[in-house]
Design a binder for this molecule. Structure first.
Ligand code: AMP
Length: 288
């Protein structure tokens, strides 16, 4: 029997997505013999090979089938106009491509950009947006530090990636319209063969288990037995909690899985119902 060909996954060689991409593979139990200077590395315990590539080249490698899949920002796929299949949104590197103008310049909507100069590193995505809105503008493509363009008189507006908005703020710019929203995704090649598609399915099974568990906590607490029905009412989204009798008469232990951010909303109410010994435990994986 021939050994199966490994699934080749492209990740950023350096950049914002790299650390989260490698962490995700690690949380999926995949051990990579990593040498940062290497172009590729094999995994020890899963049929996968990691290719470290330049961010902007990844969509092309995936489209051509040189890589079977890749972890890449959705916006890069759009910008590079590549035909790849988005198989999973990963929930990190969330950002938006936005239009921004100087804070003190009047702005009453995208129509105001007609005939104006817009600086960007994402000319394709911007042009698609302008076309959709029937606007003709002069796009100045620059490769970095786009946010200083209005200050130095190069452009009237910019179109750039924003996550917190602090870079815009520091440069006296105001976010006006969102061109597109983006996050890191797993994209697959149209040329992926059946053997590797099977490996991809196994990988996606693990990725789903990891992503499902992020932000979820296992919650345990002791509650006077007579308060259990009320506590169940308070806990959001609770379908079927585990309720166990404690050795101490009149007390029960309630266990459930909860979204961590929602937990903080109900903590005071739980305490009012005399819940005590509250434990919040991280979950590694959830298999549904
Ligand atoms: P890099 O190679 O570090 O420039 O990574 C660029 C990719 O990171 C972009 O194509 C986006 O998908 C993603 N990203 C997420 N947030 C931001 C941000 N605030 N600025 C730039 N890129 C971002």
């Amino acid at each position: 029997m021939s050994t199966p060909q490994p699934l080749r996954i492209a990740v950023q060689k350096k950049g914002r997505l790299l650390d989260e991409s490698i962490l995700l593979l690690k949380e999926c139990g995949i051990k990579i013999d990593n040498g940062r200077d290497q172009l590729k590395a094999a995994a020890r315990n899963f049929p996968i090979e990691v290719l470290y590539l330049r961010n902007s080249d990844i969509p092309q490698y995936i489209q051509d089938g040189v890589a079977d899949i890749g972890i890449i920002g959705e916006n890069t796929i759009i910008e590079k106009k590549k035909k790849v299949e988005i198989v999973k949104k990963l929930g990190f590197s969330k950002c938006r491509l936005s239009l921004a103008t100087p804070k003190d310049a009047p702005y009453n909507g995208v129509k105001d950009l007609d005939g104006k100069r817009i600086a960007t590193s994402y000319p394709v995505s911007l042009q698609l947006f302008l076309d959709r809105n029937n606007i003709t503008a002069d796009i100045h493509e620059i490769s970095g530090s786009v946010e200083i363009a209005p200050n130095i008189g190069l452009a009237d507006a910019i179109c750039d990636l924003v996550s917190t908005g602090s870079t815009l703020f520091k440069n006296g710019l105001e976010e006006q319209d969102i061109v597109l929203k983006s996050e890191a995704v797993i994209a697959a090649s149209p040329k992926i063969d059946n053997e590797r598609r099977e490996i991809l399915d196994r990988l996606l099974f693990r990725v789903n288990a990891v992503l499902e568990a992020r932000n979820k906590k296992y919650l345990l607490m002791n509650v006077p037995t007579q308060k259990v029905p009320r506590v169940i009412e308070i806990l959001p989204g609770l379908k079927s909690p585990t309720v166990l009798e404690l050795a101490e008469e009149g007390w029960s232990s309630v266990h459930t899985v909860i979204n961590e951010d929602r937990f903080w909303d109900v903590i005071d109410e739980l305490k009012k119902e005399e819940a005590e010994g509250i434990l919040i435990i991280g979950i590694e994986k959830i298999i549904n």
